[in-house]
Design a protein around this ligand. Structure first.
Ligand code: AAM
Length: 360
């Protein structure tokens, strides 16, 4: 089958034939400028959120000569997301929670939330406003329900360095996450990432979820958490498109719900995680273990791509653990496969456009 399901609760049946909206929440993290914590190529890291969203929305990157690449020059997962939104005609919104470079996309597809990137997580200075960002996320969720016609929201992220902030937040919330959080690179730089977040966590003001986010989180997390609360309240299905970064968002949602909101949102049946087979198979992380530890009854779906059949080296490299996931690639594919698209459609679209995208 094209979708691997774990903890299935009929979610996929429920989203069949339902109208989608893809929302990507983007941010940069200061720490990535001087420490090699990210799998994204250092030369393009500041431009990656902007260039990924340009590719998804316009079909080409403008802020960079070619779409982003990882440290080994493999193509951005935004290529997969682009294939989905193009082939299934899925509307796209970008929520800017601190992209260093602003994406050159139509204003109708752009929601500015925070001009300033996420700060330095190694100093415990990720942000000061996580509570406010959570409230902003809630407002955006409510507004979308009023203004847009959709029943399924696929929420993705583009946050280079985001697996490190995910690790920090999970550790800060008391999870045994040390060996469970993934990376955009084949060889997860675990020791460095752990050192960074342990330093940062020392400066957290308290164990409160918002203080942990303020210290070592990234600005995508509270915004997505806020959106999820209001979308579910309005009975929209939500696919959190991503791997262990979205698992950390689940942990944040759970803690905010327990301590503040008390809506038992994770038991609603309206939320799932959608990722890729590459992430699920990653030997250097354990998303299943994480979800189990978070103790939420959320189904996990992983989309398959059959990239081993590709003639393009950069795509085959995904099967060896390069890139793996990002920009909602896995989650949006879960939606599309449930609604008629095939992995071959995606691979053929990416292959057809690959040489044009990456000619320079
Ligand atoms: C997003 N665009 C990417 C990419 N991602 N382009 C190339 N490679 C990626 N891996 P890390 O913590 O190692 O930086 O991984 C998280 C990032 O990788 C996120 O931006 C995610 O969307 C993905």
């Amino acid at each position: 089958d094209n979708i691997i399901s774990i903890n299935d609760n009929n979610f996929l049946e429920n989203i069949k034939g339902k109208k989608p909206l893809f929302i990507s929440v983007i941010s940069n993290i200061e720490t990535t400028k001087y420490l090699p914590i990210s799998g994204v190529n250092r030369k393009v890291i500041e431009y990656t959120p902007a260039a990924d969203m340009e590719l998804v929305i316009l079909g080409r990157s403008i802020s960079l000569p070619s779409p982003p690449v990882d440290t080994t020059m493999c193509p951005s997962p935004a290529t997969i997301t682009r294939a989905n939104v193009y082939l299934k005609d899925i509307p796209v919104l970008t929520v800017d929670a601190g992209a260093e470079i602003k994406p050159k996309i139509p204003t109708s597809t752009y929601i500015p939330v925070d001009r300033k990137p996420t700060g330095d997580i190694s100093k415990g200075l990720a942000m000061e406003n996580s509570k406010k960002l959570f409230e902003t996320g809630r407002k955006i969720g409510k507004k979308l329900v009023v203004e847009r016609d959709f029943q399924v929201a696929v929420i993705g992220e583009c946050v280079p360095g985001g697996t490190t902030s995910a690790l920090g937040v999970l550790l800060g919330l008391g999870y045994d996450a040390e060996d469970k959080v993934s990376s955009g690179s084949v060889k997860n730089p675990k020791e460095l990432k752990l050192k960074v977040v342990e330093e940062g966590l020392k400066r957290a003001k308290s164990q409160d979820v918002f203080d942990i986010l303020n210290a070592v989180g990234d600005k995508m997390m509270p915004v997505v958490a806020g959106m999820v609360f209001s979308l579910v309240k309005c009975k929209r299905y939500v696919i959190l498109g991503g791997g262990t970064q979205m698992a950390s968002v689940l942990a944040v949602i759970k803690e905010i719900d327990r301590k503040y909101v008390k809506e038992e949102v994770l038991d609603s049946g309206y939320i799932s995680i959608g990722t890729t087979e590459f992430l699920l198979r990653d030997r250097n992380s354990d998303i299943k273990g994480l979800i189990k530890e978070i103790e939420c009854n959320i189904p996990l779906y992983a989309s398959r791509f059959y990239y081993e059949r590709s003639k393009i080296e950069g795509l085959k490299a995904y099967c060896r653990g390069a890139v793996k996931e990002g920009v909602g690639a896995g989650g949006i594919s879960v939606y599309s496969y449930t609604n008629g698209l095939s992995p071959d459609n995606i691979r053929e679209y990416v292959e057809k456009n690959y040489w044009e995208w990456y000619k320079s």
